[in-house]
Ligand binder design. Structure first.
Ligand SMILES: [Zn+2]
Length: 315
């Protein structure tokens, strides 16, 4: 089963790479493959000693850290599904935490392309990978994504409903989500890409489809992207990209607090990857400075049920 998860994670990473960079044949860089292989035992065995460590992945900007952790994220999510294709294995598996200033469209888009590849793989083999879709949640603050769905007459200009209607009326306005193009085929979103369901007056979901008819994510197969807080709390996507301001809301916002209970439950399944791109200060606060080794222990012991990585650019 571990080998199956490894093979399938390589397959979906290659599929995502071919979509984004069709001119190149996908291949791992040696450090990426080493990172993936080094971390497999820690992910597979809930009691492995690696669980008490915070690892530091330290490489120059543009060196391929993102693909390294996306490969491990795919492995982790797939292994969890292969072990139990039932609905109990859905829910949050990978949490990627950003500081606000480091969140980039490109990072969101690359992670979304991988989830698209995984979802198509699941749709090809529902028996093996389960009925619940692989989805990515963008939990990144009101400036980037709407917090609420909204309803007719609420006079909330930041709701998903208001932003979607504004974009549908004039597609020169910003997209209601922080992506401008389909992460699978690259086609720009149009005013027909977004729809409020089940009704425009009382929506509970923002459905996103591609404008390219030849793309796999059209008609009744929407893109597996959750970009509004309310559906994120309800559906608990397997991969969540979050910013620190959202974490600050945990004790204050009821739905977050309730769903965080489920998230803690999810991390308790011992298959969770937590990745953080912290500012220098928050990194020093949490962990000792790395010594000659790139592996460092944490002064405030991390949750042993999850694996933590810190990704740093070498400046
Ligand atoms: Zn598309």
């Amino acid at each position: 089963m571990v080998l199956d998860a490894f093979r399938t994670s390589n397959k979906v990473m290659a599929a995502a790479s071919r979509k984004r960079y069709p001119q190149f044949e996908p291949k791992w860089r040696p450090f990426q493959l080493a990172f993936l292989l080094l971390n497999i035992r820690g992910m597979v065995e809930p009691t492995h000693s690696d669980r008490s460590l915070v690892d530091l992945l330290f490489f120059p900007t543009g060196g391929g850290k993102t693909e390294a952790y996306l490969g491990l994220a795919a492995f982790t999510i797939l292994l969890r599904r292969l072990r139990n294709p039932g609905v109990e294995s859905s829910g949050l598996s990978v949490l990627m935490r950003y500081t606000l200033r480091l969140l980039t469209l490109d990072q969101l888009s690359r992670a979304a392309t991988l989830i698209c590849a995984m979802e198509l793989e699941r749709q090809d083999d529902v028996e093996r990978l389960g009925k619940w879709p692989f989805e990515i949640g963008l939990w990144v603050g009101q400036a980037a994504t709407p917090n609420k769905m909204g309803y007719k007459g609420d006079r909330d200009p930041n709701s998903a409903r208001s932003r979607t209607i504004a974009f549908q009326n004039d597609d020169r306005k910003p997209s209601p989500i922080p992506l401008e193009n389909c992460p699978w085929c690259g086609t720009k979103f149009t005013r027909n890409s977004f729809s409020l369901t089940p009704t425009q007056d009382q929506p509970n979901d923002l459905r996103i489809v591609c404008a390219n008819r030849r793309c796999e994510f059209v008609r009744d197969n929407p893109l597996p992207i959750l970009s509004v807080d309310e559906p994120i709390y309800r559906r608990l996507p397997c991969f969540l990209i979050a910013t620190v301001d959202k974490f600050a809301s945990l004790p204050w916002v009821g739905p977050v607090a309730r769903s965080s209970g489920m998230w803690i439950g999810a991390t308790g399944t011992a298959s969770t990857v937590l990745v953080t791109r912290p500012s220098d200060r928050s990194y020093q606060h949490r962990c000792r400075r790395p010594t000659s080794s790139s592996r460092t222990s944490c002064t405030s012991s991390p949750d042993r049920s999850a694996r933590w990585w810190v990704l740093r650019d070498r400046h």
